[in-house]
Ligand binder design. Structure first.
Ligand SMILES: Nc1nc2c(c(=O)[nH]1)N[C@H]1C(S)=C(S)[C@@H](COP(=O)(O)OP(=O)(O)OC[C@H]3O[C@@H](n4cnc5c(=O)[nH]c(N)nc54)[C@H](O)[C@@H]3O)O[C@H]1N2
Ligand SMILES: Nc1nc2c(c(=O)[nH]1)N[C@H]1C(S)=C(S)[C@@H](COP(=O)(O)OP(=O)(O)OC[C@H]3O[C@@H](n4cnc5c(=O)[nH]c(N)nc54)[C@H](O)[C@@H]3O)O[C@H]1N2
Ligand SMILES: [Mo]
Length: 681
C-alpha cells in the first residue's frame, strides 16, 4: 500500500530538515521537500536522500549477535538468549561490584525525547556511571550563556536582512546547507560575506573576503579588531552604556592586542586586519555565525567570547539582521534545564548517577576509574572508537571492560569491540519528537514503517529487561512505554501535556514553531546574566572555570613550540556524512571510498610528497596511512582530515587527537593536535 507522511531528520545537524516520505509496502521509496518548513524549503541534502538506501541497506544489523570469545567472530542468537545474557551480566556486575561498575555511554547518533527512557531504566536499575561534557559544542554554549545569558539567535530567515555576514570558523555550505539559501538572498540585496577559516572552503568560495589565521589564534584576531574599533570610535556607545557590563575593563584589556603583536600571533597580514575591522566598523546590521569547529581548542570558550565581543561593542544585538548565530535553543522546550547542568560534574541533580567520566577524556577516565572500577559498558547511539579523541586509549579502555553491549544499525568500529551487538531501529521505525539548534521548529519524526522482524527499538529492550529484572511494575509503567505504538504515542503525549500549545495532530502534518520563538532574539534587551546586562566582564567565568573574566587569548596547549611535530591537524566535518554515519552507503562512498589528508603543496614539496601518494600521518599518540591530496587553499603548516572515517575504512583522525578538555563547558579540544606527515614507499 502506498502512502505519504510528514517527518523530520533526527541527525545531529543544524538544519534538522522536514521532509515527506513516500512508503510503499513497508518500504521507504521516495523523499521530497516539506513545504511548511521555512528554513528547509529546498528539501534535504544528499544524506537525506540516501535514507532510501540506508533504510533498506543489506549491511543493516537485523538480529542480535554475540561474539565467540575464541574465534572473535559474531554469531546470531535469539532475542531470548540475548536477554538472558544481559540479565546475567547486569545482575553479576551489580551484585559483585556495585551498580556503578556499569557505564552507560551515549552519543549523538539519533535525537528524540524517547532517548530519556534509557535514563529512566538506569534509574530503576539503581543508577550507573554516566559521562559529562560532550564532543560537540559545549565550550561555545557556555561562553554565550555566560555573556548573553542564553543561547538563542534570530530566526534563520532573518539572516537575509544582514548587510555583513561573517562565517567565523563555520562552513555552512557543507554543514548547514540550508543556511546558504538566506545567505544568497542577503547577497542579492547587497550583503557582504566574510569567512575566517584556515581552509579555503565551499563557503569561502561565496565570500567577498577570506582571512586564514593560524588555527587556535582567533581570539587574538578578534581582540585586536575590538581595539581598533574602540580607538576609531566605530562602536555603539549608547548600546554599551545601556546594556553592557565591564566595557571599561575590556577597553583597557584589549589595548595589549596591537596590530603588530596580532600579526605575529595569527599570521594574518596587517592589511587584512585593517580591511576586516573597516568592514565591521562601517557595515550594519552585522551577523557573526561562529562555527563549532573553532571552539574545539583548549582556548575554545574564550575564543567564542572574544568574537562575541565584536557583536556587542558594535551594538549588533537584538535587531533584525544583527545577532550572534551560535546556537538557537528556542525549540528545546522540553529540557528542564536549557543549559544542561551536567556540564558541572560535581552537580548532584541526579543522585543515583556517578558522573565521573569526561567525554573528552573518555579513554583515560575509563582506564583509571576506581571505586568501583568500570566492568561493563553499554553503548547506544555513539561510535566512540571513531569519534572520541585518542582512539588508541579508547580502544584500550573498551578492551579492558569485562563485557560490552552495543546497540547500532551497522557494524561500526565500536560494534566490532562489543561482546553483544543488538540491532537498532532507524528513524522511520519509531515516532519521536525533536527540536533543532538552528531552526525554531518542534517536529514529529513519524513512524512510517515497521522495523524488520527482529529489530527492536531501545525502549522495547528496556521494557523487556525491566520486567525480567523484576523491577516494580508500577514504576516500569510510569517510566518506560510498552512496545506497542499506542503506548509510545501516549508516552509522548504525556510530555506534551505540559505544553498545551503544541498540538499532536498538527505535529503529524508538519513542523510547529516553538511557542516562545522570538523572530529577533534579545529584542527586549533582557539578559539573564548575573548583572542583568551583557557581560564582557564575567565573574562567573572566573568562578566556574578559573580563567580570565575578560575574553582573553592563550595559546592552544599543543602548538609548534610545545610539540615536536610541526603540522597543525584540522578535522572538520564534511558534506556527505554526519560524523561517522552514512559513509558506508554506496550513494555516499561513490565520491570517496577511503580517508585522505589534505596538504598544501608547499608543505608536501618539503616532504617530497606528490598528490595521490600514500603517506603516514603521525604523532606520539598514533598514525594513519592514507592518501595525500593537494589543497592549494589550505594555510601553510596545516593539514586536514575529515572526521567520521572508520578504522575499517582506513582510519579515523582521532588516532592522532588527544583527550583534553576545553577551557569551559567540558568540551573536547580535538584541534589542539600537532602531527607530521611522511611519504611511504
Ligand atoms: N554535512 C554535515 N553537516 C553537519 C555535520 C556533519 O558531520 N556533516 N555535523 C553537525 C555537527 S554535530 C556539528 S558540531 C556541526 C559543525 O559544523 P561547523 O560549525 O561548520 O564546524 P566544523 O566543520 O567542525 O568546522 C568549521 C570550519 O572551522 C574551521 N576551523 C578549524 N579550526 C579553526 C580555527 O582555529 N579558526 C578558524 N577561524 N576556523 C577554524 C575548519 O577548517 C572548518 O572549515 O555541523 C553539523 N552539520
Ligand atoms: N577529530 C574529530 N572528532 C570529532 C569531531 C571533530 O570535529 N573532530 N566532532 C565531534 C562532534 S561535533 C560530534 S557531534 C561527534 C559525533 O559522534 P557520535 O556522537 O558518535 O555520532 P555519530 O557518529 O553521528 O553516530 C553514532 C552512531 O549512532 C548510530 N545510530 C543512529 N541512529 C541510532 C539509533 O536510533 N539507535 C542507536 N542505538 N544507534 C543509532 C549510528 O549508526 C552511528 O554508528 O563526533 C565528534 N568527533
Ligand atoms: Mo557536533
Amino acid at each position: 500500500m502506498k502512502n505519504k507522511h510528514s517527518t523530520a531528520c533526527p541527525r545531529n545537524c543544524y538544519s534538522t530538515c522536514s521532509f515527506i516520505v513516500h512508503v510503499d509496502d513497508n518500504k521507504v521509496v521516495h523523499i521530497e521537500p516539506h513545504p511548511e518548513n521555512k528554513t528547509t524549503p529546498e528539501g534535504v541534502c544528499l544524506k537525506g536522500l540516501s535514507y532510501v538506501e540506508r533504510a533498506n541497506s543489506s549491511d543493516r544489523l537485523l538480529y542480535p549477535l554475540v561474539k565467540d570469545k575464541e574465534t572473535g567472530r559474531f554469531e546470531r542468537i535469539a532475542w531470548e538468549d540475548a536477554y538472558s545474557l544481559l540479565i546475567e551480566k547486569l545482575t553479576y556486575f551489580k551484585e559483585e561490584f556495585g551498580n556503578h561498575s556499569v557505564f552507560f555511554l551515549t552519543g549523538s547518533g539519533m535525537a528524540g525525547l524517547l532517548n530519556n527512557v534509557s535514563s529512566n531504566f538506569w534509574k530503576l536499575f539503581g543508577g550507573c556511571t554516566l559521562h559529562y561534557g560532550d564532543l560537540c559544542w559545549p565550550a561555545g554554549l557556555e561562553a554565550v550563556r555566560l555573556t548573553l545569558g542564553e543561547n538563542k539567535h534570530n530566526a534563520p530567515w532573518d539572516l537575509k536582512h544582514a548587510r555583513l555576514i561573517i562565517f567565523w570558523g563555520k562552513n555552512p555550505a557543507e554543514t548547514n546547507v540550508q543556511q546558504m539559501i538566506f545567505v544568497e538572498k542577503a547577497q542579492v540585496d547587497g550583503a557582504k560575506v566574510i569567512v575566517i577559516d584556515p581552509r579555503k572552503t565551499e563557503s569561502s568560495e561565496r565570500a567577498d573576503l577570506l582571512i586564514q589565521p593560524k588555527p587556535g589564534t582567533d581570539a587574538a584576531l578578534a581582540l585586536c579588531i575590538a581595539n581598533i574599533l574602540i580607538e576609531n570610535d566605530q562602536i555603539d556607545n549608547e548600546f554599551i552604556e545601556k546594556h553592557v557590563h565591564g566595557f571599561d575593563e575590556f577597553k583597557k584589556h584589549v589595548k595589549q592586542f596591537s596590530i603588530e603583536k596580532t600579526v605575529k600571533i595569527t599570521g594574518v597580514k596587517k592589511e587584512f586586519i585593517l580591511k576586516f575591522s573597516e568592514e565591521i566598523g562601517s557595515t550594519k546590521p552585522m551577523t557573526i555565525a561562529p562555527g563549532y569547529g573553532m571552539q574545539r581548542f583548549s582556548n575554545g570558550g574564550q575564543t567564542i567570547r572574544a568574537i562575541l565581543a565584536l557583536q556587542i561593542i558594535t551594538g549588533n544585538i537584538g535587531k533584525s539582521g544583527a545577532n550572534f548565530h551560535y546556537a538557537n535553543l528556542q525549540s528545546y522546550v522540553f529540557d528542564e534545564v536549557k543549559e544542561p547542568l551536567s556540564y558541572y560534574p560535581d552537580h548532584d541533580n541526579d543522585a543515583p548517577f556517578r558522573r565521573s567520566i569526561s567525554m573528552a577524556n573518555l579513554g583515560e577516565n575509563m582506564l583509571n576509574s576506581t571505586g568501583p572500577e568500570l566492568k561493563m559498558l553499554w553503548v547506544e547511539r555513539g561510535n566512540p572508537v571513531a569519534q572520541n579523541p585518542d582512539t588508541n586509549t579508547v580502544l584500550a579502555a573498551i578492551r579492558k571492560m569485562e563485557y560490552t553491549v552495543l546497540i547500532d544499525q551497522f557494524m561500526t568500529d565500536t560494534a566490532l569491540e562489543a561482546d553483544l551487538v543488538l540491532p537498532a531501529k532507524n528513524m522511520f521505525e519509531q515516532s519521536d519528537i525533536i527540536g533543532s539548534y538552528w531552526n525554531p521548529y518542534i517536529q514529529l519524526k513519524q513512524k512510517v514503517t515497521n522495523p524488520p522482524d527482529e529489530v527492536k527499538p531501545e525502549t522495547e529492550i528496556y521494557w523487556e529487561l525491566a520486567h525480567k529484572l523484576g523491577f516494580d511494575k508500577a514504576l516500569i509503567q510510569e517510566n518506560i512505554p510498552a512496545p506497542d505504538d499506542e503506548s509510545i504515542e501516549r508516552w509522548l503525549k504525556n510530555i506534551l501535556k505540559k505544553h498545551p500549545e503544541i498540538n499532536w495532530e498538527k505535529l503529524k502534518e508538519g513542523p510547529q514553531l516553538a511557542h516562545n520563538h522570538e523572530e529577533i532574539a534579545f529584542a527586549d534587551f533582557k539578559f539573564k546574566t548575573a548583572s542583568g546586562k551583557i557581560e564582557l566582564f564575567s565573574e562567573q567565568v572566573e568562578k566556574l572555570w578559573g580563567i580570565n573574566p575578560l575574553a582573553d587569548y592563550t595559546e592552544p596547549v599543543e602548538n609548534e613550540s610545545t610539540s615536536e611535530f610541526p603540522l597543525q591537524l584540522l578535522t572538520p566535518n564534511t558534506k556527505n556524512r554526519i560524523h561517522s554515519q552514512f559513509g558506508n552507503l554506496k550513494s555516499i562512498s561513490q565520491f570517496d571510498e577511503k580517508p585522505f589528508v589534505h596538504i598544501n603543496p608547499y608543505d608536501a614539496k618539503e616532504r617530497s610528497i606528490k598528490h595521490g601518494d600514500l603517506v603516514k600521518v603521525f604523532n606520539d599518540r598514533g598514525s594513519l596511512e592514507i592518501e595525500a591530496r593537494f589543497d592549494f587553499g589550505l594555510r601553510l603548516g596545516c593539514v586536514s582530515i575529515y572526521n567520521g572515517w572508520w578504522l575499517q575504512e582506513g582510519g579515523t583522525p582521532n588516532l592522532l587527537s588527544k583527550g583534553r578538555e576545553t577551557d569551559m563547558g567540558h568540551g573536547a579540544a580535538f584541534h589542539d593536535c600537532m602531527v607530521e606527515v611522511e611519504k611511504l614507499g
